[in-house]
Design a protein around this ligand. Sequence first.
Ligand code: CA
Ligand code: CA
Length: 341
Amino acid sequence: MTMRGGVIFAFLVLMGCGDISVNHRALDEAALPQVNHANMIWVAGGSFQMGASKNDMEALPREKPRHLVEVSGFFMDAHEVTNAQFAEFVEASGYVTVAERSVETPEGVFDPGSMVFESPQDVFGLRDHGQWWRWRESASWRHPEGPGSTWKNRTEHPVVHVAYEDAVAYATWRKCRLPTEAEWEYAATSGGREFRYPWGNVSPSIGKSKCNIWDGVFPTLNLATDGHVGTSPVMTYPPSLLRFWDLGGNVWELCEDWYAPGTYALAGNGGALSNPIGPSESYDPLEPDVPKKVMRGGSYLCNEGYCSSYRVTARMPVAFDTGTSHIGFRCVRTPDVESED
Ligand SMILES: [Ca+2]
Ligand SMILES: [Ca+2]
């Protein structure tokens, strides 16, 4: 999926140039969190089978083969980082997110903006994402749908329109980091259990709502039987066994690993991988020139008919400089970092 970077890149190609510079603003290292954000869950280390089984017909090839992984213990946020949490970071540090920055090129300065999901009345197949993603000037975490929308009436919703470097900046400020794919999946399976979803093995279409996804026919009809068309406040649905909320659905969660579809195929020769961190560089055959990170867990746009990415093994590439209206993150921290406080 081509988002912010792709839109800008395509525009620059059209203009015949390609040198993008952005307005970076240094973090104020002294402005550390004044509020205890340590709403984190301890995940005891262990080993587990990472990835989808070969008989899983719903899983994509990039989720296979299943392989043995060892993970050291870590703390992880109980819920996605909220707008209120991110606002405290921005107020303390003066940080400006990627979506809020102008893009300077030899041909001129382009206004800030981001990609916003807008449900179309009709679609012609599901391959052309441009049918439901729109570039909106001024869209950012402050204005999730662009002008006229604001984070201030959704303070406990997950922050969105964060690119990888925005998430890293926030995590660093909190003395945390982003999870690796292995840590995320290990937490999502509540420590390596045979779970298909973060809540267990029951399909989200059966019984009470288990997470915030797309109820209906994507992308034209959202029945919102789970109570939410867009993002929902964190901790709305039942927690997982380890008491994590929204690991499936609500917003996608950025991970530290670079994306490559063949990561698991290179995962060793039968021995357990210890704390894997993914490939040294990304490779997406569909857009080989765009560096991409991995995100996990699906979003409020996923459903069984289109993208069942709330499955624990689902993995999705995202351009490292791109945030959208359905991408967020949560933080982890290791005991060594914890003990330095
Ligand atoms: Ca929903
Ligand atoms: Ca999520």
